[in-house]
Design a protein around this ligand. Structure first.
Ligand code: SF4
Length: 326
């Protein structure tokens, strides 16, 4: 049985059926569009492309994560507290959001509305990406329009299925000025689709997964003739950097396997290797976001200038576009 050609069509069919749940995306601006790049949104509507099987499989990882979280909520006995894939609409314009999980009460039953946006990742970041926060802020804004009264909050649940880790970035609330900014962005995108304004690129970590990257003006670099020895050095640097990134990735997964074996504390010496795992006690750091929010005068008084530095980047030309993390 050869599954490869079967997969190529079946994964496409799966993606089509999952996309169908979101309706015709050419007819509205969604919360993930608002937080993204206007040029990409425009081209997705005007010149749609089919992502590779690899990209589609990674998209599916997002759906799998949502199903897993749903099963966990249900096993924990809170099925009655939430709905999934709740559609929120703006009353006047074709602006929508599909909320992964909308809780109608806290886990103790106290009434409140809480949006949970699930992100399947390969490595949980220290801070949520700005695009995640904008997506959630837009959802909270549309929710506030629908429910003008009562407590509304939200969180981003990042889950790394390979590492078996989950982290909740919590404490988001409806914010009038952020929603207003995102609402204006959404209206700008509608204008772009109606050819009334120019859809400009905006660069983010998602550019790595963009199908419209090859001719994107934000990615263009001027053509130059480099001396051969400099070109060779830059190529070598790029190659070593790739090796370093691959090694980092491999070390991360080996680390997980070793820690699965040792647990959080271990000391041992085999014939060839010392294996030591120790626990570093938690420490306290100043939460600069909270400081800025709660004590802006103190925050500005303790700011100090950080010295600039020279950044060197060497990348192989025509780097294949990596598949998306959803
Ligand atoms: S490469 Fe980045 S900036 Fe360019 S269209 Fe794609 S997402 Fe936008």
């Amino acid at each position: 049985m050869n599954l490869t050609p079967f997969f190529e069509t079946a994964v496409l069919a799966l993606n089509r059926s999952k996309s169908a749940e979101l309706g015709d995306r050419t007819r509205y601006i969604g919360s993930s569009d608002v937080s993204g790049c206007a040029r990409k949104v425009y081209l997705q509507r005007k010149n749609p492309t089919t992502p590779s099987v690899s990209t589609l499989l990674k998209f599916s990882r997002g759906h799998i994560a949502e199903t897993l979280i749903e099963n966990i909520f249900d096993a924990g006995g809170v099925k009655h507290l939430y709905d999934t894939q709740v559609e929120l609409r703006h009353p006047a314009y074709p602006l929508k959001a599909h909320v992964d999980f909308l809780f109608y009460a806290d886990l103790d039953g106290t009434p409140e509305l809480h949006v949970i946006e699930v992100k399947s990742v390969s490595g949980i970041p220290d801070q949520p990406y700005p695009q995640w926060e904008d997506q959630l802020a837009f959802q909270l804004g549309l929710l506030r329009l629908q429910y003008p009264e009562g407590k509304i909050g939200g969180s981003i649940l990042a889950i790394d299925l390979n590492a078996g880790q989950v982290h909740q970035f919590n404490g988001y609330e409806y914010n009038d000025s952020i929603f207003n900014y995102l609402y204006c962005r959404a209206l700008h995108m509608l204008d772009c689709l109606e050819e009334k304004d120019e859809a400009r690129p905006s660069v983010s970590h998602l550019c790595a997964f963009c199908s419209y990257r090859t001719d994107c003006p934000a990615m263009n670099v001027p053509k130059v003739d480099l001396p051969p020895e400099i070109e060779a050095l830059a190529g070598k640097y790029a190659e070593l950097n790739g090796t370093k990134n691959r090694a980092d990735k491999e070390m991360k997964s080996i680390r997980q396997e070793l820690m699965d074996f040792t647990g959080p504390v271990f000391k041992g010496r085999s014939n060839t290797v010392d294996l030591l795992v120790s626990f570093v006690a938690p420490s306290q750091v100043v939460d600069s976001d909270q400081l800025k929010k709660q004590h802006p005068d103190i925050y500005s008084a303790v700011l100090k200038e950080r010295a600039g530095y020279t950044k060197l980047e060497c990348k192989p030309v025509n780097t294949p576009i990596k598949a998306a993390t959803v």
